[in-house]
Design a protein around this ligand. Structure first.
Ligand code: DQA
Length: 147
């Protein structure tokens, strides 16, 4: 089973930006953690980061027929990108929305996701562990888990 992980805008600044909210780990730590968790679960993983809405949409469209599941942290696009939501709806690949912080305990504008309705679920608030939980969720719901 192949999973595409997409990190949206400003996630390349992890370890530098708002450490009180997002912690001290940088993106390469998070990516290494994702790769190790994927290996443990027997999943193939590809990781992509972009600060650009159009590039994220191109990457989603490119995934059609090539990956079995997507894990996406859309960053601030979570709260207003109908274009990314339409792309996820259009490609018919099971997608899990993840967040490092608990968006439901933050500012009002962060509590709404326009992406979540087109995802199979949302995992929010567990720092980098959110990504591992999403890998596990994709594996379980795809019915390919032997556990
Ligand atoms: C985030 C939450 C978003 O509201 C914010 O814009 C981010 C990161 C998170 O992972 O907690 O960039 O997606």
């Amino acid at each position: 089973m192949k999973v595409l992980v997409i990190h949206g805008p400003n996630l390349n600044l992890l370890g530098i930006r708002e450490k009180d909210i997002y912690g001290n780990h940088d993106l390469s730590f998070v990516n290494e953690y994702i790769r190790q968790e994927a290996e443990t679960l027997g999943l193939e993983v590809e990781i992509f980061q972009s600060n650009h809405e159009g590039e994220i949409i191109d990457r989603l469209q490119h995934a059609m027929g090539k990956v079995d599941g997507i894990i996406m942290n859309p960053g601030a696009f979570t709260h207003y990108s109908y274009a990314i939501a339409d792309a996820i709806a259009g490609i018919s690949i099971p997608t899990v929305e993840v967040h490092l912080s608990n968006i439901h305990g933050r500012e009002e504008f962060r509590r709404k996701s326009v992406i979540a309705p087109v995802c199979i679920g949302q995992i929010s608030g567990f720092a980098h562990v959110s990504y591992a939980l999403a890998l596990r969720a994709l594996l379980e719901v795809s019915g390919k888990s032997e556990r």
